[in-house]
Design a binder for this molecule. Structure first.
Ligand SMILES: *Cc1c(COP(=O)(O)O)cnc(C)c1O
Length: 399
């Protein structure tokens, strides 16, 4: 495995072998969980040399750990980046990235349709440090340009965005960012590098909530940032070290294990999602379906240009609004009523009262998250059972 040419290997091979293969120290096929807070130095000089950077080595798990390193190496390969850094959650990753690029008095421009936690970080928490998040409709390039000024330090997009699945044009956003000499940061949680590789489209930094498809089994909360080596070194050396949002070795191991099946899982998530989306599209109790793979999706053409597939998330507007949505969520038997996404299990939730309850009522309206919007994370069950389940639950709604 030491001889695998990572530049030439295909995606599914990288998923299986990209963490480095057999553990050099022991020959273990599965990377060991290095469950150790600290690492012994051979002597005083060895310790001093590692601290000064003259020798490579591990010191303390807040700064680095071999199991974390295996995950980071693999995520960098999969996204086509120079380096990666793992965090204890997607939010730890996002907040550390923003704090690494902005100081008080600065601002940044972002999508207005975001994961609910990201939105509250941008509009509630960061303003307390005098860092202003300017949320705009990033499907409109002129609006992005108009929001940038000489204190803008980055452009941040989520695409497809949670939960309406609108798509921003990553290449065009990268051009705007370059013109203003600021980095483009992309939250790639919904697509994973299997369907979309933002760095190849001109982005500078990619973020994941690895809790979702990267882990894939609903058992781990984690985040990852991918970017240039110099940027990742700074993020590790200053922001991970000082803010401390690290991933545990056990969770890093769970993600490495999850990644081994990423390619096959994503293929099946998508196959199932397309069938579910098409079933819903023609259902009389459904007003509208949001899935980037449908020709009716407003940015379907852009999605086709920048994604190799459309993922496993489907949102839809149910006739009869919130009441009908509640009836549906209380009537499903295979879909589990729960937030999070990207799991083997199919999940159903109500963005307006759950994942996006951090949005004010006006803000929800502005970004098109209506009371009747229901979000599905289509899992890996047999799709016939999923469609039967939705069908029987929709039948119970009287409108
Ligand atoms: C879940 C999610 C996050 C936050 O990640 P955590 O791992 O829950 O902290 C950020 N962005 C998107 C798109 C998400 O779905």
């Amino acid at each position: 495995m030491a001889h695998l040419n990572f530049k030439k290997a295909h995606f599914a091979t990288l998923c299986v072998h990209g963490s480095g293969g057999v553990d050099e120290a022991t020959g273990a096929l599965s990377i060991p969980i290095y469950q150790s807070s600290t690492f012994a130095f051979k002597n005083a000089k060895h310790g001093a040399d590692i601290f000064s950077g003259e020798q490579e080595g591990y010191v303390y798990t807040r700064i680095g750990n071999p199991t974390q390193a295996a995950l980071e190496k693999e995520m960098a390969f999969l996204e086509g980046g120079e380096a990666a850094l793992a965090f204890g959650s997607g939010m730890a990753a996002i907040s550390s990235v923003i704090l690494s690029l902005c100081q008080s008095g600065d601002n940044f421009v972002s999508s207005d349709t975001l994961y609910g936690g990201t939105h509250s970080l941008f509009v509630d928490t960061l303003p307390r440090l005098a860092i202003e998040g300017r949320e705009v409709n990033t499907t409109n390039l002129e609006t992005i340009e108009a929001a940038i000024d000489d204190k803008t330090r980055l452009l941040y997009i989520e695409s497809p965005a949670n939960p309406t699945l609108i798509v921003s044009d990553i290449r065009a956003c990268a051009k705007i960012a370059q013109k203003h000499h600021i980095p483009l940061v992309v939250d790639n949680t919904f697509s994973t590098p299997f369907f979309q590789r933002p760095l190849e489209l001109g982005a500078d930094i990619v973020i994941h909530s690895a809790t979702k498809y990267i882990g894939g089994h609903g058992d781990t909360v984690a985040g990852v940032v991918i970017g240039k080596q110099e940027y990742i070194n700074n993020l590790r050396g200053n922001f991970l070290r000082d803010l401390g949002g690290i991933i545990s070795p056990l969770n890093a191991w769970l993600l490495v294990r999850g990644l081994k099946t990423l390619a096959v899982r994503m293929e099946r998530h998508q196959q199932n999602a397309i069938k579910v989306a098409k079933f819903l599209q023609f259902h009389p109790k459904v007003e509208q379906v949001w899935y980037p793979g449908l020709a009716t999706h407003p940015q379907h053409e852009i999605a086709k240009q920048q994604m190799s597939g459309f993922g496993g998330m489907v949102s839809f507007e149910i006739k009869g609004g919130r009441k009908a949505g509640e009836k549906l969520m209380n009537s499903v038997k295979i879909f589990t009523l729960a937030v999070s996404l990207g799991d083997v299990d199919s999940l159903i939730e109500h963005p307006a009262s759950m994942t996006h309850s951090t949005y004010s009522e006006e803000a929800l309206k502005e970004v098109g998250i209506s009371q009747g919007l229901v979000r599905l994370s289509v899992g890996l069950e047999d799709v016939h059972d999923l469609i039967d389940d939705l069908s029987q639950a929709l039948r119970k709604i009287n409108i």
